[in-house]
Design a protein around this ligand. Structure first.
Ligand SMILES: Cc1ncc(COP(=O)(O)O)c(C=O)c1O
Length: 365
């Protein structure tokens, strides 16, 4: 048996050595989960029925994505050839960067934003250029435009953005696409249902626009791992070359049509969250905690220097929230997912206790 200490192992690419491993703080989540912006209740009952009917035989077959891609395309008002299902939007980001980011290219990234853009970009040979939002955490449109160079290859815009909940307007997105015709404008509409505004209808019309959506948030299917990438056919042909034909599993594919068809459930859940969001804003107002206006199913609150104790105290009250202090420009800020009204009543009680506990040191407005 050779001594494993002295064995030489093959080295990964230099870029991979430089990547920090990303460990989402999942751990034990047996509490009210207001930490990952998921649906906090359940998926549609229609999806549960499909799940109950899946047989062992169904699982023996390789997944066939095309028929479901056609259904999703129709739902989005696009042609099948413009739509690819992916293993969550995470895979969509990964394959997009893989297909388009070369050495010498730049990814423009307004920050703070969703962590995985930077993670996947750092595995490529491209350079990540971050554009820090101001204190209002609004989309830094002017500075983003000013940062475009001939090397700009992708501009990634989460809309609404996380962790701020802020938005880019349709006009701003179209202007980015116009100013950087050599680049792909990725608009990640993971939280679309809570915002209600989209640029999906521009896919195919604006030649460099790509839009992603996820089934992990409003639809309540984060565990199934399904996302959609919508792109002009001319761009999609390259994306499909690096996309695994089987990355969306057959259970997810079986469930999607039912999830999409049950608009009653989706509309109910979204309207519940929107009411709960405004009630939670009132609770933050009453507690004199600063927060950023959000168009998504979460709110970023300025808890201040004792953010760690705050998160711990929320946890001991059975409510998981997400400390975003290590995000650029987010020191002391905690992101709280909005669930149902009933769940948020519990969150407000925990919030007020936690604030009392930390001595209400958060930034007051
Ligand atoms: C902006 C944004 N995009 C994408 C994702 C991930 O989506 P998925 O679960 O489909 O990979 C998230 C998850 O938090 C997100 O916030």
């Amino acid at each position: 048996m050779p001594d494993t200490q002295t064995l030489l192992h093959p080295a990964p690419r230099a870029r991979v050595r430089a990547i920090k491993e990303y460990h989402p703080p999942l751990g034990s989540r047996d509490a009210l989960r207001l930490d990952f912006n998921e649906n906090t209740l359940a998926c549609s009952p229609a999806v549960r029925e499909v799940l109950a009917r899946i047989s062992a035989g169904d699982l023996t077959r390789y997944p066939e994505r095309e028929p479901v891609e056609a259904i999703v395309a129709q739902h989005l008002g696009l042609a099948s050839a413009q739509v690819a299902l992916t293993n969550g939007v995470d895979e969509a980001i990964h394959v997009l960067f893989e297909a388009f980011l070369d050495s010498g290219d730049e990814l423009l990234l307004p920050v703070p934003t969703y962590t995985m853009y930077e993670v996947y970009a750092s595995a490529t040979d491209a350079q990540v250029v971050t554009i820090l939002a101001g204190d209002d955490l609004r989309f830094p449109f002017q500075r983003l435009i000013a940062s475009i160079t001939p090397r700009t290859k992708i501009i990634a815009i989460a809309n609404p953005n996380s962790p701020s909940g802020s938005i880019a307007t349709r006009e701003q997105i179209v202007e980015c696409a116009r100013r950087a015709p050599q680049a792909i404008i990725l608009v990640d509409e993971a939280y679309f249902h809570f915002h209600g505004q989209t640029v999906m209808d521009l896919v195919g019309t604006v030649p460099n626009l790509i839009v992603s959506r996820t089934f992990s948030k409003a639809f309540g299917l984060a565990g199934l791992r399904v996302g959609v990438l919508a792109a002009p056919v001319e761009l999609m042909q390259w994306i499909r070359r690096v996309l695994s034909p089987y990355s969306v599993n057959s259970v997810a594919l079986a469930c999607l049509p039912a999830a999409i068809a049950d608009t009653t459930y989706l509309d109910w859940y979204v309207s519940e969250v929107l009411v709960a969001r405004s009630e939670f804003e009132s609770a933050l107002d009453a507690a004199e905690i600063r927060y950023w206006p959000s168009r998504a199913n979460f709110i970023l609150a300025d808890i201040g220097t004792r953010h760690r104790e705050f998160v711990q105290h929320m946890l001991s009250a059975g409510v998981l929230v997400r400390d975003r202090s290590s995000d650029p420009g987010c020191d002391g800020r905690v992101r709280i997912t909005i669930g149902t009204r009933e769940q948020m009543l519990k969150a407000v009680v925990a919030l007020n206790e936690a604030l009392a506990h930390i001595g209400n040191e958060g930034e007051t407005r």
